[in-house]
Design a protein around this ligand. Structure first.
Ligand code: FAD
Length: 286
């Protein structure tokens, strides 16, 4: 198995994110997606964690399945929301017993429908990073928001909090973005604050403009005019919109690699087509 910090020290990483499906049909389809993407030989895959621990068992099941059934290193997402320190210890013990070596330590999305945040022993993800570090044995990642966290009060403090947690962790993975300047500026600002841990850009190939715009609003990202115009040309043609989305994502990835990004992390939405096309366009297929 592999620790992501070691993989990043050895060169660029290419990785995919999945979410645990709600229903049986979704699991069957995800199984197919994973076996298709396995051919691209990703360095690791990550599995999301539902708001307030709502997917606690499903996330752990999927992470363990990847660990046992594939040669790919899994990373489990874990959130502060809804958890006591004792819960977190229990979850870490389960992962340790399964030889899972990578955790993405997160604040956590608020529960749906504007419900109040779940009680937690943690205020911020940096505190979760400290507990995981103290527990020992895990390579630890954190979330980075190139266009600032949606709840941040100002740029300087948001960057300072990010720099502080990155220094305690091993690497970062970004929220998706479409304008490379946001990523490059963030990396420069972090370097100026003494945080030089690798921050892997998160890539979201657009397939549905409405859905991505809603996700962008929630995560504090902007869907720039040039993206709206390009995807808008497809009109109601879903296949054409997906093709344009892949073209835009391929261009962004090529520029990121040219600019020295330490890897690429793809938000797959549990589908294989877009990531496979982008790998082909970038000449990354094994
Ligand atoms: P934090 O680091 O806690 O930051 C939250 C806010 O608090 C920021 O505004 C920050 O500036 C501020 N802050 C941080 N530290 C301090 C401090 N010491 N003092 C004062 N203010 C501070 N959500 C899920 O629920 N499940 C997932 O699986 C999931 N996966 C994700 C994967 C990636 C790659 C990314 C980028 C996000 C993911 N998210 C997920 C979303 C994430 O949980 C939300 O964006 C959440 O609102 C904040 O997460 P964070 O880890 O950045 O929080």
């Amino acid at each position: 198995m592999a620790r992501i910090s070691d993989l990043l020290a050895g060169g660029r990483t290419y990785s995919f994110e999945f979410f645990p499906p709600k229903h049986e049909a979704g699991w069957l389809s995800l199984g197919r997606t994973i076996s298709e993407l396995e051919h691209l030989r990703p360095d690791f895959v990550s599995v999301t964690y539902g708001a307030g621990g709502s997917t606690r068992t499903k996330t752990a099941d999927l992470v363990s399945w990847v660990r046992r059934q594939t040669p790919i290193a899994p990373m489990a997402h874990l959130t502060c929301q809804g958890h006591t320190r004792a819960d977190i210890r229990e979850i870490l013990m389960t992962y340790k017993a399964e030889s899972v070596e990578n955790i993405l330590a997160l604040g956590g999305d608020p529960p749906a429908h504007g419900a109040a945040p779940m009680p937690s022993d943690y205020r911020f993800s940096g505190e979760l990073v400290e507990d995981i570090r103290e527990f020992g044995g895990f390579s630890i990642g954190v979330a980075a928001h190139p266009e600032l966290h949606p709840r941040s009060t100002d740029r300087a403090s948001d960057r300072q909090h990010l720099a502080d947690k990155l220094k305690r962790a091993d690497f970062g993975i970004t929220q998706f973005f479409f304008d490379i300047d946001h990523y490059l500026q963030m990396v420069d600002e972090l370097a100026a604050l003494g945080a030089d841990q690798p921050v892997v850009p998160g890539i979201m190939p657009i397939s549905n403009l409405g859905q991505v715009t809603r996700m962008a609003t929630m995560s504090g990202a902007e869907v720039p005019e040039f993206v709206i115009r390009a995807v808008g040309k497809a009109g109601d043609d879903i296949d054409e919109a997906e093709r344009i989305g892949v073209e835009l994502a391929s261009e962004l990835c090529a520029r990121l690699l040219e600019a020295g990004a330490p890897g690429l992390h793809f938000y797959t939405l549990n589908r294989s087509w877009a990531a496979t096309e982008i790998f082909t366009n970038l000449g990354l297929r094994p």
